[in-house]
Design a protein around this ligand. Structure first.
Ligand SMILES: *Cc1c(COP(=O)(O)O)cnc(C)c1O
Length: 351
């Protein structure tokens, strides 16, 4: 507390990111980063852009990047909004599209930035419990509301909803925005981008951080019809005209253009997820069916907190959330084959 703080600062509950510690020989499976680096073409593009042009401001509209994203998803560049990581894109969405006189709905177990943004932007919310199998049930969202947001696949469960369920949500709420946060959709989920053409209320949020190995670059985007995108542009141009620097813009384009690299790494990760799931189940873990680059798992009879601490002592970091219903789960990011092996060896040592 300080007398210099504006009143809102004291009332905030900042998001707590997974730790990034400097431990030797660390196996870092706690923040859902990609275990492999980005495409070599991305690194080349970054080298090529590292020159005297950096004295100039970047393109404030990131036109070339929007065109690349639009081509990739078969939408128009005008239907694309880009920002400094999808967290920033989400912040603009909360502020400009999700704040209404009726409550914003989201799952009780979900991405923990949603309550943080709701508080920051003073948005009334109502959480909808996941069912006994930790699934989102679309029919539970039928009540009147101001807007809906959910990740698909959900985090930290990893469970995805089929496209038909998203469509049902969108048509049950034609006058409310339905925001679908697809941070993990590349790892096996069904994207709602095709719904944008026919649903004026659907907005899909994507990131380069997970499936494109570029968490350090900070690039995210949203796809929707013009009126929703225009709201985000108005918000962005009232906040920061240049959320994406020159290097981020060219590197993100290069990432989209190297599809073979992207699909090969993604397929390898999905295979590692399949194998790790089997290894965990062989050791008595309950593993939720994941369509993301992590698994959410618990070992009956073991406390999640203690298990995470024991792994940490063995230089293996996983994420633990001390929250009701999920306190005994560990969220384990899928690593390389060697990293997954280190995790399993550490577990064998502990168990
Ligand atoms: C990681 C994550 C994000 C944020 O990604 P950035 O683009 O790195 O800001 C957004 N939503 C969910 C559900 C995530 O897990």
């Amino acid at each position: 507390m300080s007398k210099f703080w504006s009143p809102i600062v004291a009332s905030l509950e900042p998001y707590v990111a997974g730790e990034q510690p400097a431990i030797a020989n660390l196996v870092k499976l706690n923040t859902n980063e990609n275990p492999w680096g980005p495409s070599p073409q991305v690194l080349e593009a970054i080298h090529a852009a590292t020159n005297d042009d950096l004295r100039r401001y970047p393109d404030p509209s990131a036109r070339a990047l929007k065109e690349a994203i639009a081509r990739y998803h078969d939408v128009t560049p005008e239907q694309v909004f880009v920002g400094n990581g999808s967290d920033e894109v989400l912040a603009f969405i909360f502020a400009s599209l999700l704040k209404h006189d009726a409550p914003l709905l989201y799952p009780d177990i979900t991405y923990s930035f949603y309550p943080t943004y709701s508080r920051l932007f003073d948005i009334e919310t109502r959480t909808i419990p996941l069912d006994a199998d930790y699934r989102i049930r679309p029919e539970d969202y039928d009540s009147p509301c101001g807007a809906i947001i959910l990740p698909n696949p959900n985090a930290p469960t990893g469970i995805g909803l089929p496209l038909g369920d998203i469509e049902r949500l969108a048509s049950a709420h034609p006058d409310e925005v339905v925001a679908v946060d697809e941070a993990y959709v590349d790892f096996g989920g069904a994207t709602a981008i095709p719904l944008v053409a026919t649903n004026e209320n659907v907005i899909v949020i994507r990131t380069f951080s997970k499936s494109r190995s570029l968490a350090g670059l900070r690039v995210g985007y949203a796809i929707a019809q013009r009126p929703l995108i225009e709201a985000l542009e108005r918000m962005k141009d009232s906040f920061n005209s240049y959320p994406l620097d020159r290097i981020a813009q060219v590197a993100a384009v290069a990432s989209i253009e190297d599809d073979p690299w992207f699909t090969a790494r993604r397929d390898e990760l999905i295979e590692n997820r399949r194998r790790l799931t089997v290894e965990l189940e062989n050791r008595g873990f309950v593993v939720l069916p994941s369509q993301a680059n992590f698994v959410f798992a618990r070992k009956p009879g073991f406390e999640g907190k203690a298990l995470a601490a024991a792994l940490r002592e063995r230089a293996v970091l996983v994420r633990h959330f001390g929250k009701p219903r999920i306190a005994d789960f560990l969220r384990i990011s899928i690593g390389t084959e060697a990293e997954c092996r280190r995790l399993v060896e550490a577990l064998d040592d502990i168990l």
